[in-house]
Design a protein around this ligand. Structure first.
Ligand code: GAL
Length: 441
């Protein structure tokens, strides 16, 4: 695994250099150079009261997610009863709304003390490049975290020798959730390849069963990245992000054709469904499959569902032995109004106790190597085994492999493709996105 994460790291470093060279991230700089000046005065005058609160910004309001945050908050409030925890979560899966609100606040010099950011390019190519977050090296030294966090994760939250965030978890993106009863009632085996998946979905469709549950646009990007991985394999998938896989190649065309075909099995009302709505179709027996990160497991548990009986899981077709990961982490804002409260929060976020409370509920595994495995359910125990034995690659939708400018261009291209279904046009737009915001210059 180390080797694989190191390979991923070098991809990220190349990507970040390329992004700087392309000027993508550099355009964001002015907003943050203003931030410290705007916040310095209030921070100084409020200093005596500053320790008694912390504003924590995330997008964890929905099923499974709010409960995870609440579990961490309970640990925080027990350790720091005199610090008020202000939960500034903004609803919307994958942070689509929250990140827009955050950007506006950062631009206005009104940062929350600490916010959720993904390890990888989202953090390094956006917030670090923008000078919006503080290094946390002293905190890492004081808490001894370098000894207990996966050594291969640290580079994904570091730049120029500084560590910039506190990871709270490891999530897996490439999970195929299914309804075991629906599959067995229709004589369908769990597919392991794209072709098996298409055959399974043909059988289900012919039987009048909704083969695939899908939600709003970010869930379509999530599905797309898993189909790219499942069709191209781990090496060529990694190559998309470091410039060694040609976006114009026939292999990428084949992957996009597969993606276009997968979409034909989805529910027609996808754009109005949240990820929870789509996942629920599977749990209720109204659809057979859903591709979603393992936060879905947190949701299924919150609904009182039983693993293997009410829901089953497998790597998305074509991705056996590959763990497509992302990691939620929390940062310290430059100009944080309550720096002491923020440091107290970050201590809990990185602690064994905090992570053991948070992750079994959230549907993720610890970003520490010393959590007690017996606290986790059957699915998450299998995720722990896979994380330590599989090839590890990064997620696009959840911030690992591309910074915000590139991801936004891909998202725009995806939106057009969903509307017009033109695979060639989509591929051309993806080629252009890599050339303008990625490493393909
Ligand atoms: C991801 C995030 C997960 C989960 C998911 C759905 O971006 O990393 O923790 O919250 O969005 O909202």
């Amino acid at each position: 695994m180390k080797k694989n994460l190191l390979a991923l790291l070098s991809i990220l470093m190349i990507a970040s250099f390329a992004i700087v060279a392309c000027g993508g991230a550099a355009t964001e700089a002015p907003a943050m150079t203003e931030a410290p000046a705007a916040t310095e005065a209030p921070a100084a005058t409020e200093a005596p009261a500053a320790a008694d609160k912390v504003e924590v910004f995330s997008w964890w309001t929905g099923g499974g997610e709010a409960a995870g945050l609440a579990a961490m908050q309970t640990v925080f409030s027990a350790a720091y009863p005199n610090i008020e925890f202000i939960n500034a979560a903004v609803a919307g899966g994958a942070g689509t709304n929250a990140r827009a609100v955050l950007a506006t606040r950062l631009q206005a010099g009104d940062p929350p003390d600490s916010w959720q950011g993904h390890a990888g390019q989202e953090l390094i190519g956006t917030y670090v490049a923008g000078g919006q977050i503080e290094p946390l090296n002293d905190l890492y030294a004081a808490e001894g975290w370098l000894d207990v966090m996966p050594k291969t994760l640290i580079p994904l939250i570091s730049n120029d020798g500084n560590i910039y965030s506190v990871p709270v978890n490891i999530h897996r993106a490439n999970v195929l959730w299914y309804n075991p009863s629906v599959l067995s009632a229709n004589g369908v085996e769990v597919p392991t390849t794209m072709d098996e998946w298409f055959a399974a979905m043909d059988t289900l469709k012919a039987a009048g069963v909704q083969p695939l549950a899908l939600g709003e646009q970010w869930t379509k990007m999530h599905l797309m990245e898993t189909v790219l991985l499942g069709t191209l394999g781990a090496d060529a998938y990694n190559g998309l992000w470091d410039g060694t896989t040609d976006w114009a190649s026939p292999e990428v065309k084949a992957a996009l054709d597969n993606y276009a075909k997968v979409l034909t099995y989805a529910n027609s009302d996808s754009s109005s469904l949240s990820w929870q709505d789509a996942a629920q179709l599977v749990i209720n027996g109204d659809a057979a499959f859903n591709v979603m990160g393992d936060w879905a497991e947190g949701y299924f548990r919150e609904l009182g569902k039983t693993p293997k009986t009410d829901y089953g899981w497998a790597p998305t077709p074509g991705s056996s032995g590959v763990f497509q990961f992302l990691s939620d982490s929390f940062v310290l804002a430059v100009g944080a109004p309550h720096p002491d409260g923020a440091m107290a929060w970050l201590k809990i976020a990185g602690s064994k106790e905090g992570q053991e409370a948070f992750n079994p509920v959230k549907g993720s595994i610890c970003a520490r190597t010393d959590c007690d495995k017996s606290l986790f359910g059957e699915y998450l125990q299998s995720a722990m085994d896979d994380w330590s034995s599989n090839v590890v690659v990064g997620s696009l939708t959840h911030g690992v492999v591309a910074n915000d400018s590139w991801k936004t261009e891909i998202d725009t291209a995806l939106g057009l493709f969903i509307a017009d279904g033109n695979v060639d046009g989509f591929q051309a737009a993806l080629v252009a996105a890599c050339a303008s915001s990625g490493p393909c210059k």
